[in-house]
Design a protein around this ligand. Sequence first.
Ligand code: FAD
Length: 469
Amino acid sequence: KPTLLWLRRDLRLGDHPALLAACHRGGPVIPVFIRDETVDDLGAAPKWRLRLSLKVMAESLAQKGSQLILRAGNAQDVLEQLIVETGAGAVYWTRLYDPQATARDSAIKAGLKDRGIEAQSFNGHLLFEPWTVETKQGGYYKVYTPMWNAVKNRDVAPPDAAPAEIPAPDHWPESDVLEDWNLGAAMRRGAAVAASWQRPGETCARDRLGWFSYEGIDSYGTARNMVGVDGTSGMSDYLALGEISARECWHAGLSALHRGASGAETWLKELVWREFAYHLMYHTPHILTDSWRPEWSAFPWHEDEQSVEVRAWTRGRTGVPFVDAAMREMYVTGRMHNRARMIVASYLTKHLGCHWRIGQRWFEECLTDWDPASNAMGWQWVAGSGPDAAPYFRIFNPETQLEKFDPDGEFIARWIAEEKDSPSPTALAYFDAVPKSWNLSPKDAYPQPVVELSVGRKRALAAYEARNF
Ligand code: FAD
């Protein structure tokens, strides 16, 4: 009897425990991707990026004589329908950890078992699943460094190769056509610019990881903060969609460490930040929607998405060049440097006094590497309301940060066009990409600051002191 391999955020063939198990089970394997409400609810950029990934995955499966079946609808209904159509005896998948997915998956598992269908889930998304790491007192880690110390010397099984072949059924079930799903539709803006740098899929992920772990990683310790430089691994899109496994990244980092690459330990630590985010989301799912520290729920942040401040921030018109450049880059390309994420998040929640949820939602709309756990943790870390967060009174100064992390002005030149004699094509591309209703032109004067930095800083500190934390 066939096995349905239900693919979600694991769009690769290598190091894929659920796929390997499906192949070993015997009988044909039918890979299926379901466009359920979790897919429909994705922001414009992550949905656009998903389309690229599905396209490559379909090609990779075809090269193995297999096929990616696409179906839309409620996941449970679709799986049950496919079981009827194919006579499948088992459904295998890779575990996810956000509350929506875990609730859906547990209900599906129970429903399948009741009907005598084998239902098995596997770990393919994380290095250390949330229930496998505990503090000495029991319970999960609320602070990052002790978690790092607890896991850094653990044995992580080496990644598995892709299966040599994927057994195919005699007859394939019907599939939707990917292009009919129109996953890229809402990414009207800038898709052309974004496409110019996107290298989707497992092969490109592995190539980039190879380059990074043999060359880039040596300068990672310093280059990782320079916003105008390609100094980080660029693995986040790949990891978000599972085009590469965390285990493969971990082992590449470990090999670099063993050959003495100076940035290797720092990089491995970043991979564990991702794990930390997942542990927090699993054990305290309210991190996705509410202040993780309850005392912060009453903090007087503004949450009006239509306010002048929020509009200036989302449109890259705050009058603060570092913030505006970063926001414009994200809008057009779907990506933003980690240092820039910290700056724009600090500016929104502190200088502008706006709720971190506004930023969380806008990032969800705009980032191709959008990941529920890392995004929520990142916002709450900067805002001060999260676990192991930066203290609220640490307010980044976007001007001094710019001098430090973009000393040659490369980043600013790439994204700011106003009042420049010959603006760069990327800076101009932003104006082509934004909706007409925003009424922006590169010939406009560069905006005056929406708030003076010193005024915003004082206001934030006063609000903080008034709460008496
Ligand atoms: P590298 O520096 O090469 O790091 C390697 C990998 O480690 C990354 O791919 C990522 O998986 C992980 N990692 C690195 N930094 C972090 C971090 N701070 N938290 C969690 N994991 C980390 N990352 C996302 O993947 N998706 C998001 O939606 C997201 N939202 C963020 C929002 C805010 C406000 C902040 C401050 C950070 C956010 N991050 C998010 C984390 C980080 O900015 C990105 O993972 C990183 O910029 C990706 O670039 P890279 O792959 O080249 O990273």
